[in-house]
Write a protein that binds this ligand. Sequence first.
Ligand code: TYD
Ligand code: MG
Length: 456
Amino acid sequence: MARKKTAYACQKCGALTPKWLGQCPECEAWNCLQETTIEETPSKYETRLGGYAGIEQPGVCLLNAVAASRESRTTTGIKELDRVLGGGLVNGSVVLIGGDPGIGKSTLLLQTLAGISQTEIHSPLYVTGEESPQQVSLRAHRLGLDVSRIKLLTETQVERILGIASRETPKVMVIDSIQTIYTEALQSAPGSVAQVRESAALLVRFAKRHNVAVFLVGHVTKEGSIAGPRVLEHMVDTVLYFEGDSGTSFRIIRAIKNRFGAVNELGVFNMTGQGLEEVSNPSGIFISHHEEEVSGSVIMVSHEGSRPMLVEVQALVNESHAPAARRVTLGLDPNRLAMLLAVLHRHGGVATYDLDVFINVVGGVRVTETGSDLAVLMAVLSSLRNKILPEGLVVFGEVGLAGEIRPVPSSLERLREASKHGFKQAIVPKSNVPKDGLADLEVVPVSRLVEALRAV
Ligand code: TYD
Ligand code: MG
């Protein structure tokens, strides 16, 4: 009789320990270890499955003996998706697409497969563990897609999926969603950390061995990381997350990790009745168009990935009645705001400890680069003093702890973008001022926070 091996998996971080413990040794969370049985070692159940994912002998060779061929890519037919993938889908790569339920993951992937099926000789395979074939068909119909060459499989057991996939030989495969997939080798329920991780590992190995590009759909659960896509991030080549306000129709896809391209690259879409439409020039959509100018609003030029983008930062500074003043941010790291407010106090002489400060980046977009610092502080000051900033002004620059304004990358592209959209004046770090200047755009250099505050 085969000896049953048991291990305890942390339901938070997925760590395995041989015996039960009250606290996870990895993430130090309490009461989250659950038993999982590992009946066979992976290599055994792989060989029984007909060797579709057998382990290759590790061989040692000289690095310069390895041909440095460039990865071959397939275009998805959706330019914004190609852009976040780093210039198309790399053959044999595994892409994790995460996001809240209902944000548009299935829609995007169905559109993608329809696009790919127009050019690929092999029919792509859509594996659905969540929806019935009728539901998928209904969506395809609604989207008006030509799905005559997409193959559909309703199955949740990973061994059966891989068995079928190795017969069907698709070049691109979608697993919707990884939380519904399970392996027979484990007894825990589908969706548990152990199942998600183990099934994904098999899919990754299959992708590499058969050179099949695999999209894994992962729902971000309410708790964030538990059994969610985060446990898979290290296994896959590319991680894309949907961002965006469910209140607006804009959907942003950000590359969090990419072995084949730049991280923080953004793809921008608009959810319409005909599915996701690309927004190839996103500047402008993240700016609210006020009837009249209002205080507390600053336009900045961010540069995420490889594209400059105009973004509106709004601040509301209000008298606080809570014991501790509130600092609330949407689309911005709250720690960054706390730091900036401290700099504003120390080097700008403006105290906010008894004031609530709310920051919102308009349109549900998230700003992850430091070029927003100056814009945030100006928005705070504008709201505090109830002073409207001049129309046609853009701002960017990093603020250092010593109150200095530090340069940011790609300043010329940012300035050009601002100029293209009719902005007349830019307050930028001194070393970001272009030598030759820009037509139609007055560039105001600042090197200290006080100068920047005086400039408006
Ligand atoms: P879906 O792709 O099913 O989300 P996910 O797979 O991430 O859970 O998207 C569902 C939402 O998108 C649903 O609220 C309806 C909306 N939608 C449109 O607005 N237009 C469309 O053409 C489609 C297909 C969906
Ligand atoms: Mg879905």
